[in-house]
Design a protein around this ligand. Sequence first.
Ligand code: PXP
Length: 256
Amino acid sequence: MTAMRNRVRLGVNIDHVATIRNARGGTHPRPLRAAHMAANAGADGLTIHLREDRRHISDEDVRQMVQDVKLPINLEMAATSEMLNIALRHKPHAACIVPERRQEVTTEGGLDVAGNQDYLKAYVAALQEAGIRVSLFIDPDPEQLEAAHAVNAPVVELHCGQYCEAALALTDTGLGGPLVEFELTRLKNAAALCNALDLECHAGHGLTFDTVSDVAAIPNIAELNIGHFLIGEAIFIGFEAAIHKMRTLIDKATQS
Ligand code: PXP
């Protein structure tokens, strides 16, 4: 008999509601309203990224989310002392440490944990002591996973952007099938190594209706964090419908 797999949690990233709001400098659309809608639509958690340049989520958004939203809040942040102070002040349920470069359009790659072990070990400890669950956003690379384990992070989030990009290129051009298989295998191997290292395994970045099923089907993945596609799809089918459809695809992929 095969063991039933736990339901894979869906964390909805609402940064880009704030991107649209900030385009006009006003208050509409409110990220807090989107947060409540996501909760009603079946999200298991909310993810917000307080970037150093505050290009979308603001400090006030963080305060409101932690105070008013019932769902667990996952605060994505760079490993700076400014962000540590903010996290310790608001005490979100979780913090996901991401690399950040000011000029990048989005988080382009995983965190270099292996190259910054001493710094990150102390950083992870400071968050954990405040009761904040820490995850490290890393590429599906065994060296980075071993390092995440070494700095006592309980959770990693695997960057699945390269897999998603390859899958999109295959759909658009018909080219790159072996690359898609290669990237998916990297994610599968990384998830298996998480299991061996007793690291909780999450994944995110670039997921769409077309790519979510193969990633959700990987055993050991406990949570997926998805944002940009859901906010974009909300224009066409509505935010709640987009979340429902993503949820259905995840459930189908994990039950088969
Ligand atoms: N997980 C992490 C750590 C991220 O940095 C992001 C992007 O902010 C996401 C998930 C969501 O990625 P996307 O918006 O492409 O779905």
